[in-house]
Design a protein around this ligand. Structure first.
Ligand SMILES: [Zn+2]
Length: 510
């Protein structure tokens, strides 16, 4: 085995490993991009994924990292060792062939699944559209049920995947896989559960008022799972004509120009392609090649998605990590950075600049409150269910899922299969909380920016502040330290609770 003498030699050894890791990840990113555009998996992916997993599971590397962990003086090298330690720990589960083979097998089935509606083949986007827009509850129910056959079919395999991840996490000394996955992000289950449940409790009266007022309007006697998107996400509150898909890139460029930033000078470009998500940002080679993939449609919702994706892209573009391993940051922080940018579509000044009248802005913000509740509640429920599922994967997970969704989202219980069709539980485990905490952090950040700068939209100083405090240091500074330094406080739900209650008092007075 290689013998490493001192920190300087360790630095050189890590340089070499990171150089190879960067080559592999860049190669993989290109192939994944190709896969999204061409709709088929390039054959070279398997060999590169296997090489990546060999690198991350290399016992010599593991021994060297554990030998130096906690003993390095020089701050940058210490940070790199910690980042490597976490990457290797994650790989102990995610890079194991038995895990990623099972995971890929389930994911392939999810991608290939052809749902049916009314006995005709359809796609997920159409089903979502029906659940948002169709006034007939029977249609929405049928759309909701379209994934039930897949959920039923995949349940044994996804359960096996959960059990496998748990066993590996337990062999590494963690109670469940959830504890390990949250630790890798700098979180604890207790803190996350407190935040998610606190957010729900503190806004419960308002949320139930919104939900019931909307269901009365819609003439529903009972609120079922397939009614939630219809009640809360039906309207953008503003005419889609104000938000044409074809203008989105130009509008992002104008938005950035207001801050003194020329989009054309960055390595960020937009790629229109049919992907299974609303949007997806792929960093091929930062900073010079970052691609934002989108499924365009008219409307404020799309602009919110595209701003979110440009948030990811700007984060990647402005990151100046001192070493490659520090380019990777916790998923929760990355989502928060995307949301910090997406938050601007709720600024009345921005909506006014898009041509909306005062009355239209008010209606857009009312719709936004409902949509935000829908996202926060469903995602919190998805996360809380996942934690309980890992506590005991052999329990009746359909019943558990229905009970948690019903309790958090506020609809009736329907235990027909759903959860195992959800791609996140397979491909992005223990990720749901990140979307909720991202809004928590974005709200806190905007409150801090408003306090510090007064005018935030179109203020170059506010942009530079976010760039320098959050993006540039990358993983060289712990993300929670960045939040504390930039906002003057630990991350917490106060700003978001305050924001929701204020909007609620305006649009849904008690
Ligand atoms: Zn995102």
């Amino acid at each position: 085995m290689a013998h490493i003498e001192g920190e300087r030699e360790l630095g050189a050894y890590l340089d070499e490993k990171e150089r190879r890791l960067e080559e592999i990840t860049t190669g993989l990113a290109r192939l994944w991009f190709q896969q999204y555009v061409e709709k088929k998996r390039p054959a070279e992916i398997d060999a590169l994924e296997e090489e990546q997993s060999r690198l991350l599971l290399d016992p010599e590397l593991a021994e060297i990292i554990s030998e130096f962990a906690g003993r390095v003086q020089e701050p940058l090298t210490a940070r790199r060792v910690l980042a490597w330690q976490k990457a290797l720990l994650a790989a102990q589960i995610n890079a194991r062939p038995e895990v990623f083979r099972l995971q890929n097998e389930i994911a392939a089935r999810q991608v290939a699944y052809q749902p049916e509606y009314n006995h005709f083949p359809t796609d997920m986007a159409t089903l979502r559209h029906i659940m948002r827009q169709d006034a007939d509850p029977l249609h929405r129910e049928e759309a909701w049920l379209a994934i039930a056959p897949l959920a039923k079919e995949l349940e044994p395999q996804v359960r096996e995947l959960l059990t496998l991840r748990n066993q590996l996490a337990q062999s590494l000394g963690y109670r469940t896989y959830v504890d390990l996955a949250l630790y890798l992000q700098g979180l604890t289950r207790e803190d996350v559960e407190d935040a998610l449940k606190g957010l729900a409790t503190r806004t419960q009266d308002l949320y139930m008022r919104c939900l019931h007022e909307e269901s009365e309007h819609a003439g529903l006697l009972k609120i079922m799972p397939w009614d939630i998107m219809y009640l809360l996400e039906r309207a953008d509150g503003a005419s889609p004509a104000y938000f044409p898909a074809s203008q989105a890139e130009r509008k992002v460029a104008e938005f950035l120009r207001g801050f003194g930033v020329e989009l054309a000078g960055t390595g960020i470009r937009l790629v229109v392609t049919d992907i299974p998500y609303n949007g997806l940002t792929m960093t091929i080679e930062a900073p010079r090649d970052i691609r934002v993939l989108v499924n365009p449609r008219d409307g404020l919702g799309y602009y919110s998605t595209i701003f979110h994706e440009y948030g990811h892209a700007l984060h990647a573009y402005y990151a100046r990590p001192q070493s490659y391993i520090l380019r990777h940051e916790a998923g929760v922080f990355s989502e928060a950075m995307a949301e910090v940018v997406a938050y601007f579509v709720n600024y009345p000044e921005w909506l006014a600049a898009m041509g909306l009248s005062a009355a239209e802005i008010r209606s857009a913000l009312k719709a936004r409150l409902l949509a935000q509740f829908s996202f926060l509640r469903q995602r919190s429920a998805n996360a809380l269910f996942e934690y309980l599922a890992y506590d005991n994967p052999s329990q009746n997970l359909n019943a558990l899922y229905a009970a948690v969704q019903s309790q958090v989202v506020g609809h009736e219980i329907d235990p027909r299969p759903q959860w195992a069709a959800n791609a996140w539980y397979t491909s992005y485990p223990v990720y749901w909380q990140n979307y909720v905490l991202a809004e928590v952090i974005a709200s806190q950040t905007h409150r801090a920016l408003q306090t510090r700068f007064g005018r935030v939209l179109g203020n170059p100083a506010a942009f530079a502040y976010v760039r320098d405090q959050f993006w540039a240091p990358a993983g060289g500074v712990d993300w929670q330290d960045k939040v504390r330094a930039a906002t003057g406080d630990d991350w917490g739900i106060e700003a978001l609770v305050g924001e929701l209650l204020t909007a609620g008092a305006e649009h849904y007075p008690a």
